[in-house]
Design a protein around this ligand. Structure first.
Ligand code: NZQ
Ligand code: ZN
Length: 391
């Protein structure tokens, strides 16, 4: 067991109708002026905007609104948000949406409290010194941003996407009502399922050997998500399936699954290049393409782990004398599952071409300066080989 610090101060309100408590919860936190913050309009068609407004009004909470956050949120909109917060004297943020809305809120909250530009904070040029308090109403089970210490911003001008991890990113509270996810388009449900799985899978590909406790937790979570994912795709209003996905999404990325082992979010880094080059690429869809290619490249550097991955997560027949068999069967089962829920399997399906691969590898390696940790270190050339396997 490796040393770790695990501190997750977020308070979760889980279950049916919990979103109706938003106003009362904010009042209890002593919020004086709230920013009710959302995405591109789904909350109007689902009726959530009206429900949250009513909850805030009934609790007597003063608020202002700002909508329009795009998926893969651009830093320019985050800057506008920070300006709006300052101009309006907002002292508490309520992000209502998915990872994009939450992340844009997180970085605006830090930018304002730190008196710095949000992009400079993500790149480390400016220091995160504080954050306005943030609450969340989650509408998609996917990123785990509702409980995570990270936020991801895109800089469309530079064509870059950067994650920023810091304790200041943890929301004060998060409201998780699985019923709010019934209205998701199937593609977004599937992208979310993929992302949830990837947050645990990336940690499962341990860089510090076996850890029976973490392995068992990860395998249990993944088997439950695989089942619930199938069920939610078939029956979008299956409460238990949606509830499993929603809570698993939080558990998968709040740090629990990695506390005690070394790991690297390498497939995430390879994916972020795709959604930075084309912000219409959903993060989960990019991962569905990258993950099998990444595994095909690295599995031979820890055959036992990948044999375990195939046997325990995907139910592939163990073979003690030919570990490669369950390892490869596990990778194939992963690909089949992603296809079965409607995810793309190749870069071409996402609209990329072979000629873009050198640019992808250059972006991911920051022009050759960065080597990504994995079972073997991945330099620019190896990154290009993985992108080619994903073509
Ligand atoms: O904008 P609206 O109109 O709300 O529509 C959204 C958006 O188009 C829609 N949607 C969300 N809930 C809905 C709904 N439509 C109908 N009914 C609902 N209940 O779904 C679309 C996708 O939303 P988005 O927030 O972009 O999805 P997601 O939660 O997957 O977030 C993706 C972003 O989070 C980052 C990703 O890179 C990407 O930028 N990540 C953040 C992480 C973190 N902070 O810890 C970790 C992740 O690995 C990830 O990198
Ligand atoms: Zn992710």
């Amino acid at each position: 067991m490796e040393n770790f610090i695990f501190h997750t101060p977020t308070k979760f309100y889980f279950g049916r109708d919990t979103h109706l408590q938003a106003g009362e919860i904010l009042r209890q936190y002593g919020a004086k002026k709230v920013l009710f913050y959302y995405g591109q309009g789904s909350i109007f068609t689902t009726g959530l905007h009206a429900a949250v407004s009513q909850s805030l009004q009934m609790a007597g909470v003063e608020y202002v609104e700002m909508g329009g956050v795009k998926p893969n949120p651009d830093v320019e909109f985050c800057r506008k948000t920070a300006g709006f917060i300052q101009a309006q004297g907002v002292d508490f943020l309520l992000a209502v949406g998915g990872g994009s809305v939450i992340d844009s809120a997180k970085m605006a909250a830090i930018a304002v409290a730190s008196g710095a530009d949000p992009w400079d904070i993500t790149t480390g040029k400016a220091e995160a010194k504080g954050a306005l308090p943030l609450g969340v109403i989650l509408t998609i089970a996917a990123t785990g941003s509702e409980g995570s210490d990270s936020a991801v911003l895109t800089n469309e001008t530079l064509g870059q996407k950067r994650g920023f991890s810091h304790q200041l990113n943890r929301p004060r509270f998060a409201i998780l009502n699985p019923e709010l996810t019934y209205t998701l388009p199937p593609y977004q449900t599937a992208a979310g399922i993929t992302d949830i799985m990837m947050h645990t899978c990336e940690r499962y590909i341990s860089l510090s050997g076996e850890n029976k406790l973490l392995d068992g937790m990860a395998e249990g979570l993944l088997r439950a998500v695989i089942d619930a994912g199938r069920q939610a795709m078939a029956q979008p209003e299956d409460y238990d399936a949606r509830a499993t996905l929603m809570w698993a999404g939080m558990l998968s990325h709040n740090g629990l699954m990695g506390a005690g082992r070394k790991y690297a979010m390498t497939a995430h880094k390879l994916e972020h290049v795709l959604s930075a080059m084309d912000p219409s690429v959903a993060h989960g869809a990019g991962l569905a393409v990258i993950w099998p290619a990444y595994l095909k490249y690295i599995y031979r550097y820890d055959l036992a782990r990948f044999a375990q991955y195939g046997a325990r997560i995907w139910g592939c027949a163990p073979d003690f004398y030919h570990l490669e068999k369950p390892a490869l069967a596990g990778i194939e089962a992963t690909e089949d599952y992603f296809r079965s829920i409607g995810m793309p399997a190749t870069l071409r399906e996402l609209g990329f071409t072979e000629s873009q691969i050198p640019a992808m590898a250059a972006a991911c390696s920051q022009n050759g300066r960065l080597v990504l940790p994995a079972l073997i270190p991945l330099d620019e050339e190896k990154m290009a080989e993985i992108y080619r396997l994903a073509l």
